[in-house]
Design a protein around this ligand. Structure first.
Ligand code: FES
Length: 529
């Protein structure tokens, strides 16, 4: 206990009480201690600077004390020097109880609490009210950054006594910030343990997938855009790979999240004719059928993939006049099929232009590479920069003698086919490849009779005929499952087909249907299955 505290607090009536209750002798010693403690020590200042609240008692002229709780950002009670502390008095409820009391008596008593560490500090002092016009620099010094209320006045307290109490009867309490600080370490440890547990329990990633005849090893992985990753594939022994032409695709094995083994076709985006390696680029589609996510999750350097041999359902025209200009149109990930076409046309010295559309320049795979290689032959369209690709104008300008190759979303292909029809362009001069099954919100359930199997099945609106046929145990061949290859085409025995493939000719469409994409015009079909 300090002498200054005893000098102030041990009034005659207090001493009388001490005498009455037998503690006078014990307390008398405090009045003689050497240390006066009427100013702040370093540890006092550190404690004050960390407080975000305190209690302040003032005395009214009728003798009633008034205790006020004051709160603010930590450190709002400022230390001006070792004898002076001060705080800003903001505009409040306009009762002015504490301020009014200071008009009558400048004596204040403060209690500062640290509940978390069970510490309590008491300060006695003389308080002075200072207005802005009296000391503008002081007011500025007491302002709290980010606290927008107006400072009406400063309360400056000259310290007369400092006293610390024992922690007895202080219940530990913690502010939200203190709790967060304590929890942060625990949460970090919990996170670390969870990660260790995940690593221990996660199934080991496969080192080999598939059972196709072409074994390849992943020798390179490149992130082309935030969602597109390219994989370089080579023969494990370094031998040459089967030669492919532009537009070819490779069917690769995937292990879906539900543990099911499947295969997915991806365009070979490396140049046709390149036999030391293939490159495929895969767009991660969280809402897709799971293949692309499985590739992104599991494909890693050194993994062996047993693939099918490449095939090409989207080749450049081989038998049309060599000098016919080619117009290449790509949307999004469709560039993977179009890019090698540009390389092949360049190598053959054939005239072409490439029109490439995407959401933003940064998400357009191979953009920089194409800009460097193709120069003025490349036209980019970034939707976020309001650069719209006008397919009708492009095809009109190119003219009926051009050859057209389109790979992109269904809407892009539909626009190209509509433009070709409107411009009288021979359908034989327009080739396209979809990279997803074309669907329509207007699709309804259809009834399909399988004549040879003697079954009638109902194909839900969200199903393809191929999926429904297989779900009923009927074997049906398929390859691309996007209407590009014709493998799934079956004889149409009855009903009117709604053709959505990119492979059947008009003549073939009279009695054949690609069941991986096409549906019925009037709700019913009879198939030779
Ligand atoms: S499986 Fe290729 S068109 Fe249907």
């Amino acid at each position: 206990m300090s002498r200054a505290f005893a000098d102030i607090s041990f009034t005659p009536s207090v001493k009388a009480a001490q005498s009455l209750y037998g503690s006078r002798e014990a307390n008398r010693g405090f009045e003689q201690v050497e240390e006066k403690r009427d100013s702040l020590l370093a540890q006092d200042m550190e404690f004050i600077a960390a407080r975000d609240s305190f209690y302040q008692a003032t005395i009214s002229e009728n003798g009633w004390p008034y205790v006020q709780h004051r709160g603010g950002p930590a450190g709002f009670l400022k230390i001006l020097d070792n004898k002076t502390i001060a705080y800003a008095d903001f505009s409040g409820n306009a009762q002015y109880l504490s301020v009014g009391n200071l008009f009558a008596s400048d004596r204040v008593s403060l209690i500062l609490m640290d509940y978390a560490r069970r510490r309590r500090m008491k300060i006695w002092g003389h308080a002075k009210i200072v207005h802005e016009e009296d000391d503008v620099r002081l007011i500025a010094r007491l302002e709290m950054p980010g606290y927008r209320a107006r400072v009406e006045r400063a309360i400056v307290i000259t310290v007369e006594a400092v006293e610390w109490n024992c922690p007895q009867h202080i219940t530990p309490r913690f502010s939200e910030t203190e709790v967060q600080g304590l929890l942060a370490k625990l949460l970090a440890e919990k996170h670390q343990l969870e990660e260790q547990l995940t690593q221990k329990t996660a199934p080991a990633k496969p080192t080999s997938l598939g059972n196709g005849p072409l074994e390849l090893i992943i020798t390179g992985v490149r992130q082309l855009s935030p969602r597109i990753r390219a994989y370089e594939l080579r023969d494990p022994a370094g031998k040459d790979l089967p030669a492919v032409s532009a537009g070819a695709h490779l069917r690769v094995p995937v292990l879906l999240a539900d543990g099911q083994a499947a295969t997915r076709p991806y365009s070979i985006s490396s140049a046709g004719g390149q036999t030391d390696c293939y490159e495929i680029a895969v767009l991660a589609e969280p809402g897709g059928r799971g293949g692309s996510m499985a590739v992104h999750d599991l494909y890693a350097l050194g993994m062996h993939l047993h693939c099918d041999f490449p095939r090409n359902d989207f080749a450049l025209h081989a038998h049309i006049e060599h000098a016919a200009p080619a117009v290449l149109i790509a949307g999004g990930i469709g560039i993977t099929a179009i890019k090698p076409m540009a390389a092949q046309l360049s190598a053959q010295g054939r005239p072409y232009t490439l029109h490439y559309a995407g959401h933003t320049l940064n998400t357009m795979a191979y953009r920089t590479e194409l800009q460097m290689q193709l120069g003025a032959s490349l036209h980019l369209y970034a939707a976020d920069q309001q650069q719209r690709m006008d397919i009708h104008s492009i095809m009109k300008e190119a003219g009926q003698d051009s050859l057209f190759y389109i790979c992109g979303p269904a809407s892009m292909i539909a626009a190209a086919l509509n433009a070709a029809a409107a411009l009288g362009i021979d359908p034989q001069r327009v080739r396209f490849e979809r990279f997803a099954v074309q669907k329509s919100n207007q699709d309804e359930e259809i009834r399909v009779e399988l004549a040879r199997s003697k079954k009638v099945i109902h194909v839900r609106a969200d199903q393809t005929i191929l999926q429904a046929v297989r779900a009923h145990g009927v074997v049906a061949q398929a390859e691309c499952e996007t209407g590009n290859c014709g493998t799934c085409a079956v004889k149409l025995l009855g009903g009117q087909a709604l053709h959505r493939d990119a492979v059947l000719t008009e003549a073939e469409r009279k009695d054949r249907i690609c069941i991986c994409v096409s549906r019925a015009q009037e709700g019913e079909l009879v198939l030779d299955l």
